[in-house]
Design a protein around this ligand. Sequence first.
Ligand SMILES: N=CN[C@@H](CCC(=O)O)C(=O)O
Ligand SMILES: [Zn+2]
Length: 432
Amino acid sequence: MERVDLLLTGIGTLVSPPGNKPRCGHAMKEVREIKDAAIAIRQGKIVCYGSAQEVQEMLAGAEIAETIDACGRLVTPGLIDPHTHLVHGGSREHELALKRSGVPYLDILAQGGGILNTVNSTRAASEHDLYDKARRSLNEMLLNGVTTVEAKSGYGLTLKDELKQLRVAKRLDESHPVDIVSTFMGAHAVPPEFKGRTEEFVDVIVNDMLPVVAEQGLAEFCDVFCEAGVFSVVQTRRILLAAQRLGLASKIHADEIVPLGGAELAGEVGAISAEHLLAATDESLAALAERGVVPVLLPGTSFNLGLTTHARARDMIDKHNLPVALSTDYNPGSCPTESIQLIMMLASLNLKMTPEEILTACTINAANALGRGGDIGSIEVGKRADLTIFDSPNVAYLPYHFGINHTYGVIKNGHKAVWNRRLVTGKEEEAL
Ligand SMILES: N=CN[C@@H](CCC(=O)O)C(=O)O
Ligand SMILES: [Zn+2]
C-alpha cells in the first residue's frame, strides 16, 4: 500500500454487520466485533481494517497523511436514516393537546389538520426558508451519528410545491456532508382543492407530476400513503407502477393504522421497502419475505402517537426471517424528532430488538432499504468511509443509557464531519 489519507487508530471496539446484503432473521444479531482496531482510508473509501497490529502490518511502508486517535471509543458504520419527511415548513405543536386528548391521527387529517396543516406551511414557505430549516435538522442528525438520510416530498401536493421540496433536498445533498436520498411522495394526502376527488388527484400525480419529477432527475423512489381514507390499494398500485415505468423504484407507507393490504402490494410490485407495518398481518409479512422487501419500522411514531400496539419486530425477525430496518420517520406531526438514538432505545423497549439487531437495522439493513448496500452500511474494504465514533463502551450501551447523544465523532466520506461532539465546518465562525 502506498498512501493512506486518514488512519483511525485507538478504536476500543469496532462493531459492524458483515457484507453488503440485507441481514435477515437471526443473522441480524451476528455482528463482527474487533477489539483494539484501526481503519485506513484513501480517497473516501476504506482500504483496510482489522486489529491495530494487522493494520500496521498491512500499511508497512505506506505514507500516512493524517492519523486520528479514537482513544478507546466504539466505532460503527455511519448510521443511516431511511425514512424521513426532512423538508417541510412550520411545525404542529398546536395540535399536541388535540392529539393528547385522544383525537386519532386520521381524524385530525380528515378535519383538514395534520399533514394538510404542514401542506399549508410548506406551500407558504420560500425555498430558502425550507432549505434553512431542513439544514438545521440535518445538522442534528449528523451530530447524532447519521451519515445518509432519505427525504420524502409530500407537503407540496402541487407540481410547483413538490418540485420546490425536491430541489431543496437536492441542494442539501450537494452542500451538506450528509448524503440525501430523495423520494417523491406526491401521494401523501389529498389536498383540499381535490377533496372528494381523490381519483382526479391521482390522475394529476400520474400524468402531470411524475413525468416532470423523473425528467428533472429529482427523485430515486416514489412512495404512497396507502391508508384508509387516504390512498387505496388500487390507487397506490397505479401510482407506483407509473413511477416504475419512469425509473422510480417503489416504497409504501403500508398498514400503519388499518390492515389495508399495503404490505401485500409492496410484495406484488416488488417495492424496495414497506414502512410502518403496525397492522400488518402474517400473510402480508410472508409476502414481504417472499419478494425481499425490507420492512422499515418506525417505533418513534407509535410512541409519539401514544399507541399501545407496536410493529411486530420479533415475529418479523424470528418467524418471517425478514431484514428489519429502523428509522426516525422525522416529520412535524407523528414523529418530530431527528434522534436516531432515541429510536434505538424505543426499538429495544417496545420492539424487543437486541442491541446487535438494532445496529444492523440502522446500518446495513437501512442501506438496503435505499438500494445502497454495496456502498454504505458496513465496514468493508472498498466501501465508503462513513463511520460513527461513540463515547460508549459497547453497542448495548446505546439503547441502555437513553436520552443523551452518545456520538463523539463522525467520519463522512473519509473526512471529519463531527469531532469532539461538534460539527467540523472548516470555518470556526460558520455553522453548517
Ligand atoms: N403517515 C404518514 N406520513 C407521515 C406523517 C406525516 C405527518 O403527520 O406530517 C408518517 O410517516 O408518519
Ligand atoms: Zn413517513
